[in-house]
Design a protein around this ligand. Sequence first.
Ligand SMILES: [Zn+2]
Length: 212
Amino acid sequence: MTEKSGPQHYPHADRTHWYQTRFPGDSMEVNVVVLHTTEGRTLPDYDGGAIAPNLTAVPDLTTRKLKWYQHFDIDVSSRALRNLSGGVETNTLNVCQAELVGTCSPDTHRKWRDAGKAHVFWPEAPAWALLELARFLAWMHEEHDVPLRGPALWPAYPQSFGSKAGQRMSGREWNAFKGVCGHTHVPENDHGDPGAIDFSGLLKFARETLDD
Ligand SMILES: [Zn+2]
């Protein structure tokens, strides 16, 4: 396969926060989507792009839509994963990364809720948000052959931090993986996002979108 095949821009994504000029990255042929949560309520600056993903989805709670921002081409490595020297590759291992604005932490959810700060708690995401995310996964499947499958274990945060819950892939599993997973599954990383997102519901929505 040639590198960077298929459309490189997610339709209608805003590209005003584009970081590929400053951080050219590696060209790839993606076969994995990694999901993150930002643990904030607005589009992050990502240290000027230094730790940016390929895309960010910002929930608009009024219109019940995700506003997508794209920061790198689909088939270009982004920068939101930790990568140790030696071991396996992470950001550059044919991975397209998407950050979901909101939280996966029940504590943060409670604090924001009590303070009246509107947000999405991704483990209890409203159906419209899950559906819009599923549409992105369906597009990645149709245009970039990313399989609509992934790990069985999606532990809740904070149990999902580190690897005690048994969800984190070994280097060998990661190298062989094709599909959709979370930051919580990537080796050499300890972050637990996106926590207990409804992964089976997400895949169900994505498959239904394909049937349209
Ligand atoms: Zn993350």
